[in-house]
Design a protein around this ligand. Structure first.
Ligand code: SF4
Ligand code: ZN
Length: 293
């Protein structure tokens, strides 16, 4: 198969492109997303980086576009997994001369995710997600915004998950640019890979020669997301373009959805973070942890 632009051998099928045109295609898509959705930093661009393919690609491309970037890694404390991706992040940052900060659950919340789960016996991703979001927000406030490595597959899964659970409030918080921009206690979240599929990121990473372990969190298969991902992949394999259509139709209603679903009005009485309830989700989990410890 030949590249649809030049005569070289194609490395990708849809669209059929050779190595250099595929790299150009991904980068163009990401840079156009940055421009279209005005994903501009007010400070040095801060990129949430796990050490995996999506976040390292985001880090690389944000640095390429703006000429500078810094990485922020959250160490949840997942034995046998996170320490490996931390090594990949360190290697990447050394290779591309990027500074990074690492913040951990154990320092910020007094325990690792592994320990918290053994005490709480809850679904890993619910606890992890609440703590991660809290730290990403806390440590990016001084930057005004943070770049995330969410790709098109991640977003399509999140859209479907929120439909299936009737969580219009959470659905309204998705999109290429998120975060409550009217509250100074929230930083904006940018997703430059919004229109790049998981497969495209994977191929880009390989073609660029990034050293990435491609390992998955040991808790990932227990999640509702994993079930949605498997089913969406199955539908996509039979009907190509399904994930993109989910995103396109979601974007058509997003503005209206945001107007209908209002942002949390109050603040957590314990930590002062914005929250619709008396206690925010993070403080509720910490309270339960303290009772059980
Ligand atoms: Fe956390 Fe779940 Fe992601 Fe693992 S898969 S890092 S537990 S959110
Ligand atoms: Zn709180």
């Amino acid at each position: 198969m030949k590249c649809s632009i030049c005569d070289s051998v194609a490395v990708a099928e849809f669209p059929s492109l050779c190595k250099s045109h595929f790299i150009e295609y991904v980068e163009k898509k990401v840079f156009e997303t940055i421009e279209k959705y005005e994903m501009f930093p007010s400070n040095i661009p801060l990129v949430a980086t796990s050490g995996g393919k999506d976040s390292l690609t985001t880090l690389y491309l944000v640095k390429k576009y703006f000429g500078k970037a810094k990485a922020l890694l959250i160490d949840e404390g997942i034995l046998g997994y996170r320490e490996k991706t931390i090594e990949d992040l360190k290697y990447f940052c050394k290779t591309f001369d990027i500074k990074y900060d690492i913040v951990s659950f154990s320092k910020e919340f007094g325990q690792t995710l592994d320990t918290a789960l053994s005490v709480l016996g809850e679904k890993p991703c619910s606890v992890c997600g609440v703590f991660r979001r809290n730290l990403l927000n806390k440590f990016s406030l001084g930057y005004g915004s943070i770049y995330l490595g969410h790709n098109l597959d991640d977003e399509a899964q999140a859209v479907i998950m929120n439909y299936l659970t009737n969580r219009l409030d959470l659905l309204s918080r998705l999109g290429p640019v998120t975060g409550i921009t009217t509250d100074s206690l929230f930083s904006k979240r940018y997703k430059p890979l919004y229109f790049v599929t998981e497969k495209e990121v994977m191929l880009y990473t390989v073609l660029m020669g990034f050293r990435v372990g491609f390992i998955e969190c040991p808790y990932a298969n227990e999640s509702f997301r994993a079930q949605v991902r498997t089913n969406l992949n199955l539908i996509e394999s039979k009907k190509r373009g399904t994930k993109r259509k989910i995103i396109d139709s979601f974007l058509k209603i997003l503005l209206e959805l945001k107007q209908k679903v209002s942002a949390p009005a109050g603040y957590c009485k314990s930590c002062g973070d914005p929250s619709p309830n008396e206690l925010c989700s993070k403080c509720l989990i910490l309270e339960r942890l303290n009772k059980k410890n």
